[in-house]
Design a protein. Structure first.
Length: 294
């Protein structure tokens, strides 16, 4: 709770390096890389009857709400929305829980605010759920960027000496905490982790369709990868995307053709841009047989 107790406004950044956004329809909540807009700012309210429960209000004066509406029929995740209920109930209450140097936001019913990745319609969506797959455990972690602090905290704020205590030996610790004046606005106090590339290499990727074509209208996704082998990277991307059987390719800077990666990645943890091709596509099957570019 210590990050929220003295905060008037915050931004929340997901593990996909995207910010929690209140959409202009004043109902939807999504993720977006640009955190400089007013839509990425959330006003913090401390629930008076508790010292560890908060509400988050959007720039449209509506609350971040864990609704009962399913995001997709047949799936477990439920929609997170902006609402202004006539009575302030538990659906707009969130409990911050420290996880390393990030936070999890838990509903009063034990589910967590989750930033979804992968393919549309999951990409950039926000739901509340209990993640069961190992590959999606980090999707409920958020970095807190303090935009504006309170000059004097109200008397009801109680600071516990052990609140947000971090176990330095925990494997979930993502990075060291730092505070500096930086970010999209010069007067923002940003509490965030260093670039993820410092703990591995950053790999950006597009996903090709069954014809080996890329829709340039979709932005690249990104992961942090610590290994050096193509097989390791392929397995990691399969877990991240929930796909079985892919070929990881690079694009030739000369002619734009796609070529499969072989054996080892470039040294020095340099940032890479790759293309994921489903192995079920005809082009991928041809590529696997001949080794020629797509």
């Amino acid at each position: 709770m210590d990050l929220f107790q003295n905060s008037k406004e915050v931004r929340l950044r997901s593990v996909h390096d995207k910010y929690l956004i209140a959409e202009e329809d004043e109902e939807s909540v999504t993720q977006e890389r640009n955190g400089s807009s007013k839509n990425a700012k959330w006003t913090v309210e401390i629930v008076e009857t508790s010292d560890n429960i908060i509400r988050l209000k959007s720039c449209y004066n509506k609350y971040l709400t864990a609704s009962n509406q399913p995001f997709l029929l047949g799936m477990t995740g439920r929609r997170v929305m902006q609402t202004l209920p006539s009575r302030l109930d538990s659906s707009i209450e969130w409990e911050p829980i420290r996880e390393g140097n990030s936070v999890k936001l838990k509903t009063r019913y034990g589910q967590f605010l989750r930033a979804n990745g992968g393919l549309p319609p999951w990409r950039n969506s926000v739901t509340h759920d209990i993640p069961h797959r190992t590959a999606t455990q980090d999707w409920i972690l958020w970095d807190v960027h303090v935009v504006e602090i309170l000059v004097a905290p109200p008397p009801r704020f109680v600071v516990h000496s052990d609140s947000f205590a971090s176990d330095s030996s925990s494997p979930s610790t993502r990075s060291s905490m730092s505070a500096s004046f930086s970010g999209p606005e010069s007067n923002d106090l940003v509490v965030s982790s260093p670039p993820k590339g410092s703990d591995g290499r950053t790999i950006y990727f597009h996903i090709a369709n069954e014809y080996g074509e890329i829709d340039e209208g979709f932005e690249e996704l990104g992961i942090t990868f610590k290994g050096n082998g193509v097989q390791e990277l392929t397995k990691r991307l399969e877990e991240e995307l929930g796909m079985n059987g892919i070929i990881v390719c690079t694009r030739s800077p000369l002619n734009g053709n796609l070529y499969p990666l072989r054996l080892q990645l470039p040294p020095n943890n340099s940032t890479m841009h790759v293309v994921v091709v489903p192995s079920s596509s005809q082009e991928a099957q041809d590529l696997g047989r001949t080794g020629t570019p797509l």
